[in-house]
Unconditional design. Structure first.
Length: 595
């Protein structure tokens, strides 16, 4: 099934440099250490993306081969300077000192002298965006290597930033980065001169997130290093977990992982079990909610289900490894939810969006943002809303007003989500996987319309998570929409879409009648001030269940618990039934006039 995709965007070098400077300026104005530190990490991530984009631009210009370049070296120097700043902040918490930004600003000036203009392509660093992968964990993992003769290699994309943190901790020279190429399960390095140019007496650090299904990117880098004469016992690998490569790993990769020197520090060690109070997660929010009166409680991976549902039989399907990390902090002022939203600009933007959505009264009001986590009150007395109960008419009205608000207030860039062609390939592929070739061929009548659908789409920051269990009823009768800021930028191919994606989603999730869908559309148009394209709705009506079908089939295949697998399978079957009915219906959506 087609479900996942890489999020990429185009940015100018000048915009990146300006953003780095702005974050450094803002950090210098903050009195609270964790807030200032989070802004330094935001600047670091921007610099890492800048270095990745410049290196990849040079990589493409050389026919997809890696080699040194003045622009890439200057960008990496900026990233290393900021990594040293972040490391010093994490280690010292800036006790009674000013943030020493001068080296980073000097490095930025040198970069501007050699690469001040042009656009670059940025690949979203998924670990920073989704999986609470903190650069500080790589810094701490590398501290034992300080003083060694160490060469650091980062694997682009996210390995660019992480390699800088390793080099900063080990007091090593500026890292180099590589972009492995080839089949995902058989990556190779593409080096312009065929060698990494390693010093024969140097130790080597290979830095990336992962390993994934095969571990081939890290493996390819290690093999290239050993061809250069590196000894396996002198190769240190910095991964994002200790589980080793997945089931697609070859025997050579498995053998390498068994013998490699693994350097790893988990988020739990970094911010949960640490003895340093300044670094503990609950301490990050003490200024907002007070000191904890009970141990912090993690409710990720479905841990929240028992708190929301009285009976286990009512639990919705969850995909545990894709859930964001979230914690409950209990203080004298109540219980508070800390949910990971993303490091740096990703999380900061979501926090601003959460504040705007809270003005509607439909989304919980965020209390603050602390280094990747949005903080809000935990509504422990709320219960899932029965979508077919007495609140249904009000729910349909609120749905329309909510989607209209998003359509009006959250415009998105044209490259922030899957194109109409991308969605069609997903629709056709998932349909064929589930139902066979003939139903998939019946979708071809949409292909000629795809350019018009793409040109006519008014892309916004869609919700993409309108399932019934995301709607809560408070004791006073108020309705809350949860999980409202993450899924336009989730680890999947959809991204930001025309608001008709959410209209189709609401129609499927709440089994809206034709009259209810009409009322929903009218509310969206009234609040947003924009006409809703009926052809876009017909197209989204097919694509939405096809995507959800694929998502839940993939989740079922990776489920460990049999009960979880059964819930996921039931969800996939339901979306499959919706899609199948549309494919067979004599009223099947078809290309037609826009309105």
């Amino acid at each position: 099934m087609l479900v996942y995709g890489d999020a990429v965007r185009r940015e100018t070098i000048a915009a990146k440099v300006d953003r780095i400077r702005r974050y450094l300026d803002e950090a210098g104005l903050r009195q609270l250490w964790i807030v200032a530190h989070g802004l330094l990490v935001a600047a670091l991530i921007e610099a890492g993306e800048l270095a990745q984009g410049i290196a990849d631009r040079a990589f493409q210009a050389r026919g997809r081969r890696d080699a040194p370049s003045p622009e890439a070296d200057a960008a990496m120097a900026v990233t290393l300077a900021l990594a040293r700043l972040v490391g010093a902040s994490w280690r010292d918490s800036w006790r009674d000192t000013e943030i020493a930004t001068a080296p980073a600003l000097d490095a930025l000036a040198r970069l501007e002298a050699v690469a001040a203009s042009g656009e670059i392509t940025i690949k979203l660093p998924e670990g920073f965006a989704h999986y609470a992968l903190y650069p500080e964990s790589y810094f701490e993992a590398a501290l034992p290597l300080a003083g060694r003769n160490l060469t650091v290699i980062g694997i682009r994309s996210i390995g660019t930033t992480l390699a800088a943190m390793v080099a900063a901790a080990a007091d090593a020279p500026c890292p180099v980065t590589v972009r492995p190429v080839g089949h995902p399960f058989g990556r190779e390095l593409a080096l312009a001169d065929g060698t990494l140019g390693l010093s024969p007496d140097a130790e080597l650090a290979i830095v990336d997130e992962g390993p994934g299904l095969s571990g081939s990117s890290i493996g390819a880098t290690a093999e290239a290093a050993m061809r250069d004469g590196a000894e396996p016992r002198r190769v240190h690998v910095f991964p994002s977990h200790m589980n080793g490569p997945g089931p697609q790993a070859g025997e050579r990769a498995k053998s390498f992982w068994r013998s490699a020197q693994i350097r790893f520090r988990s988020f739990d060690e970094l911010a949960l079990s640490t003895e340093d109070a300044r670094h503990r997660l609950d301490h990050w929010v003490a200024d907002l909610v007070g000191e904890p009166v009970a141990p912090i409680r993690e409710i990720s991976g479905g841990g929240w289900l028992s708190l929301r549902f009285t009976e286990a039989r009512d639990w919705p399907p969850v995909h545990p490894w894709q859930e964001r990390r979230k914690f409950l902090v209990e203080t004298a002022s109540g219980k508070w939810l800390m949910k990971f939203a993303g490091l740096g600009r990703i999380g900061l933007d979501k926090y601003e969006r959460a504040k705007a959505l809270a003005e509607t009264g439909l989304v919980p009001r965020p209390l603050g943002f602390r280094h990747g986590f949005i903080v809000e009150r935990w509504h422990g007395d709320a219960r899932p809303l029965d979508p077919f109960g007495p609140y249904r008419p009000r729910l349909v009205t609120l749905l329309g007003e909510y989607l209209g608000f998003r359509a009006k207030n959250f415009p998105a860039g044209r490259d922030w989500g899957a194109s109409s062609e991308d969605l069609f390939e997903m629709l056709r592929f998932n349909t064929e996987e589930e139902f066979g070739a003939e139903p998939a061929r019946s979708l071809e009548n949409w292909r000629p319309l795809l350019p018009r659908l793409g040109d006519g789409a008014r892309r916004v920051v869609t919700d993409n998570r309108l399932q019934a269990w995301e709607w809560l009823l408070l004791p006073d009768g108020r309705i809350l929409k949860t999980d409202a800021v993450d899924h336009h930028a989730a680890h999947d191919l959809v991204g930001c879409q025309d608001i008709t994606w959410d209209i189709a989603g609401a129609s499927v999730e709440f089994t809206l009648s034709p009259g209810e869908q009409r009322d929903l559309i009218e509310a969206v148009e009234r609040v947003s001030g924009f006409a809703v394209d009926r052809a876009q709705i017909r197209y989204a009506a097919l694509c939405y269940p096809a995507f959800q079908l694929g998502y839940y089939r993939e989740a079922t295949s990776s489920a460990v618990d049999s009960t979880d697998a059964a819930r996921l399978r039931d969800a996939a079957d339901r979306y499959g039934s919706v899609l199948h009915a549309l494919l067979l219906s004599p009223d099947e959506p078809n290309p037609g006039p826009a309105n």
